[in-house]
Design a protein around this ligand. Structure first.
Ligand code: UFG
Length: 339
């Protein structure tokens, strides 16, 4: 263990959070997890414990709750925080905008107040490529301007980044990681994504269709200005995303500057179409996936993938897993979930 290097992971029972806890423990950090389990399940924490053979210091708490957060910071000497805890459904944010602003923006403000009180400066924030909207230049780099967010969810990420930029002027050191499309699961099959209800995201829909839970997948749109007419995304293995957080912690802790707000794209840099992904899934799993081509989904961006040079160069980080492995791991997780 890296003595005295204690990381608080909020939302550490979530999809990206849990994989990051595994990688932090592997790298020797001491980890505490705070999660209200509203959108996750304690079995994910148990999965992390099995993978890492480590008892997780877990606290069921809400990041909006100032007094429990304050208490947690009083009892521990955290060196840095990774803040995953947030709502993440684009659709849901459209029907419940107020709760998205309250939860995503409110929890960040509470966290910053508590960090300031306890003199904890280093923060890694979960942002999203959704802050760019449909960028004018692809691959998109970190200097691209924000377009008006397509959803309240996207707006919360833009607002949070602005708050963090201002917080940096009063002594915080912040790294905001702009995720592209995370997919896959830990290769052990012990942790992965737990979609609530009917999945919105492509890969959980694909794996649930393959498992027979959904009747068929609809590919939304065939007339986009892309090579095969379907949307193009940058799909990144969740474990690669997790290792980027470990690099970000190491980077922020080594910064000599007192005030920092830096943003990094976390993507593979490769654009893959929805149809390409579906075909890859069929190829690597050998499963005959039932799919059909349907109309466009409202609010979808035509194509977006990362210019990942900044993170490659600054963190020395590159993704390890390809699309085929990512899909196999997602499928492996789905099969284990279904017993
Ligand atoms: N898609 C389908 N059929 C489905 C589900 C998705 O064709 O059943 C398509 C979508 O139309 C889109 C692509 O697959 O073209 C990816 O869709 P996802 O919903 O998996 O991901 P998005 O790119 O829409 O959204 C993701 C994250 C958001 C984040 C956004 C940023 O889920 O949190 O990237 O672009 F805001």
């Amino acid at each position: 263990m890296i003595k005295g290097n204690h990381i608080l992971v909020t939302g550490g029972a979530g999809y990206i959070g849990s994989h990051t806890v595994v990688e932090l423990l592997k790298a020797g950090f001491q980890v505490t997890v705070a999660d209200n389990l509203e959108r996750s399940d304690f079995k994910i924490v148990e999965g992390v414990e099995t993978i890492t053979k480590t008892k997780i210091d877990f606290h069921k708490m809400d990041c909006l709750d100032y007094s429990s957060m304050d208490d947690l910071f009083s009892k521990n000497k955290f060196s840095s925080v990774i803040h995953f805890a947030a709502f993440k459904s684009v659709n849901e944010s459209v029907s419940e905008p107020i709760s998205y602003y309250k939860n995503n923006v409110g929890s960040l403000i509470t966290l910053l107040e508590v960090m300031q009180k306890h003199q904890v400066k280093d923060l890694i924030f979960s942002s999203s490529c959704t802050v760019y909207g449909q960028p004018d230049v692809i691959p998109v780099d970190e200097t691209a301007p924000f377009k008006r967010a397509e959803s309240p969810y996207g707006a919360t990420k833009q607002v949070c980044e602005r708050i963090l930029e201002d917080a940096a002027t009063v002594g915080f050191k912040v790294i905001s990681l702009r995720y592209f499309n995370p997919i896959g699961a830990h290769e052990s099959g012990l942790i992965g994504e737990l979609p609530i209800g009917v999945p919105n995201n492509l890969v959980p829909y694909v794996t649930q269709t393959a498992a027979g839970v959904r009747e068929k997948l609809t590919v939304f749109g065939s007339d986009y200005d892309t090579p095969d007419g379907s949307c193009v995304r940058d799909f990144i293995h969740v474990v690669d995303l997790a290792t980027a957080h470990v690099k970000a912690i190491q980077y922020v802790q080594n910064l000599s500057a007192k005030n920092t707000f830096e943003t990094f794209n976390v993507g593979t840099g490769v654009g893959v179409s929805v149809l390409e992904l579906v075909k890859k899934f069929i190829e690597v799993t050998g499963i005959k996936l039932n799919y059909t081509i349907g109309p466009r989904r409202a609010g979808d961006i035509e194509k977006v993938y990362a210019d990942a040079k900044k993170i490659n160069q600054s963190f020395g980080w590159t993704p390890r897993y390809g699309l085929g492995e990512s899909l196999l791991h997602a499928w492996n997780w789905e099969k284990k979930l279904r017993g």
